[in-house]
Design a protein around this ligand. Structure first.
Ligand SMILES: Nc1ncnc2c1ncn2[C@@H]1O[C@H](COP(=O)(O)OP(=O)(O)OP(=O)(O)O)[C@@H](O)[C@H]1O
Ligand SMILES: [Mg+2]
Length: 237
């Protein structure tokens, strides 16, 4: 039996003595788009930090293709094929769009590199138009595109998107949603943290709802839609 691409098994994570994640478990299979939905402070970013080794879980396991990766330094987790798009859109402001992409290029762990600047420009025409513009002069939505595109240039097996719709105008959120849908069609495996329920339901195949550092619900979008009590209690909608 093939193991899931990502398997998080009952992790507990702390910041110093603050206990933040309590037995969080989740799986993502190849080709899936899965959402991790929760309000501010629920533990979404901490879950991502635990996966990529920025904050090591104190217990539990994180497996990539069945191989344990917990305890590895972040650059080694990245080398295994986990690409992380942070909330804060940390691009190089003085480098051009093209330079931002070029410095991020890395062949995939299996040597099959799908993403190059040409492929990125096909999927993100807006970035192609602005290829010579300094990253810092892009709009918020364009910077979000560039952060996602830059991570793709590392040819990850798994893309972790931390709140891709956050702080963007509704029209831009729609454009980013369209891009994520396109990536899904290209076969990119995605785990996406979000507070935006309609955005998550429109894009992901299934969802985990987190609150207070715990997975409070997991199921398909239809199963989540059928649980207004879960939506009301943990997402406050
Ligand atoms: N470096 C830190 N030190 C101590 N506590 C932290 C630290 N980072 C986050 N926390 C706390 O951990 C909890 C979970 O935070 P986390 O950033 O994972 O939430 P989140 O779901 O990503 O929220 P948001 O939607 O606001 O990004 C919060 O209570 C937060 O205050
Ligand atoms: Mg967060």
């Amino acid at each position: 039996m093939t193991p899931p691409l990502l398997s998080v098994e009952s992790i507990d994570t702390y910041y110093a003595e603050s206990h933040i994640l309590f037995g969080v478990s989740l799986v993502v299979d190849v080709g899936e788009c899965v959402s991790l939905i929760g309000r501010n402070g629920a533990g979404k970013t901490t879950t991502f930090r635990s996966i990529i080794g920025l904050t090591q879980p104190r217990s539990g396991r994180v497996l990539l293709n069945g191989q344990p990766i917990q305890g590895l330094a972040p650059h080694l987790v990245a080398r295994r094929g986990v690409g992380f798009v942070p909330e804060d859109r940390a691009i190089f402001p003085s480098l051009s769009v093209w330079e931002n992409l070029d410095v991020a290029y890395k062949p995939s762990a299996d040597g099959q590199s799908h993403w190059t600047t040409e492929r990125v420009y096909e999927v993100f025409p807006r970035l192609a138009e602005r290829r010579n513009q300094p990253g810092g002069t892009l709009s918020g939505g364009e910077q979000q595109m560039l952060t996602i595109a830059r991570t793709l240039m590392g040819n990850p097996a798994l893309l972790l998107l931390d709140e891709p719709s956050e702080g963007l105008a509704p029209l831009i959120v729609e454009i980013i949603g369209g891009l994520i849908a396109r990536l899904k069609n290209e076969g990119v495996t995605i785990l996406m943290a979000e507070q935006n329920l309609p955005f998550s339901l429109a894009l992901a195949d299934r969802a985990y709802v987190v609150d207070d550092g715990r997975v409070q619900f997991s199921g398909t979008n239809d199963e989540l839609r059928a649980r207004p009590d879960v939506i009301q209690r943990y997402l406050g909608i």
